[in-house]
Design a protein around this ligand. Structure first.
Ligand SMILES: N[C@@H](CCC(=O)N[C@@H](CS)C(=O)NCC(=O)O)C(=O)O
Length: 217
């Protein structure tokens, strides 16, 4: 089944969607949407996603319907292509993995998104040091909690949950990439750092990385 992913190399939500697609073994056409050139703010892209954010996923079987919002896209992939699973089978464990993913998806990424940072620059005169401090604050708060949860999971293997990549890793790895961009020192979180290393040993993660994308500069 042919799929098209509207995305941007450096976008964390695009990155997490690429990881999920790769882990599921799905191929897709890469449609670059240049956020730096505000290609997402054009009328043409508004017709694809009225929210004017990436990613957006088109698939033959969906006809004219476009999937938006990376959590919805990733859940659709999980439901449609259950193997390999991104969520464990036990409901409590599923909640545990979803909570880790939500630390990134609900509490870190949204406040550090491009449009938020643009607003801080334009309306509050934030310079790059202030932007890094802003992003560093929310990344640190989220990663401190994530690290504590990893530390308290005595059954954990090399990944965020168990010994195979899960939804939590799909969200975590792009956020680490973003943290480095905002000059956050990852060595403060040794377990997170080790999980990233384990993920990056997998081809699915390596192929999804920002620098490996056709529109990377
Ligand atoms: N909750 C949405 C957020 C999507 C989102 O904010 N994408 C960013 C890139 S990571 C974007 O398009 N930003 C454009 C902007 O802020 O101007 C999702 O997970 O898909």
């Amino acid at each position: 089944m042919a799929m098209k992913l509207h995305n941007f190399w450096r976008s964390g939500t695009s990155h997490r969607t690429r990881i999920a697609l790769n882990l599921k073994g799905l191929s897709y056409e890469y449609i670059a949407v240049h956020l730096g050139k505000e290609a997402h703010l054009t009328e043409a892209f508004k017709a694809v996603n009225p929210q004017q954010l990436v990613p957006a996923l088109q698939a033959d079987e969906l006809g004219a319907h476009v999937l938006i919002q990376s959590p919805a896209i990733i859940e659709w992939l999980e439901e449609k292509y259950p193997t390999p699973a991104l969520l464990p089978s036990d409901p409590q464990h599923r909640a545990q993995v979803r909570a880790l993913a939500a630390i990134v998806g609900c509490d870190i990424h949204p406040v550090n998104n491009r449009r938020i940072l643009e607003y801080l620059r334009k309306n509050f005169g934030a310079d790059e040091a202030a932007i890094n401090a802003w992003c560093g604050t929310w990344i640190t708060a989220g990663f401190d909690a994530y690290e504590a949860l990893l530390a308290s999971d005595t059954k954990r293997g090399g990944f965020s949950f168990g010994d195979a990549p899960s939804l939590a890793d799909v969200y975590l790895v792009p956020q680490i990439e973003s943290a480095r961009r905002f000059m956050v020192d990852i060595s403060r979180w040794p377990r997170i750092f080790a999980v990233e290393k384990a993920c990056n040993e997998l081809d699915a993660f390596r192929r999804a990385s920002p620098s490996a994308q056709p529109d990377a500069v």
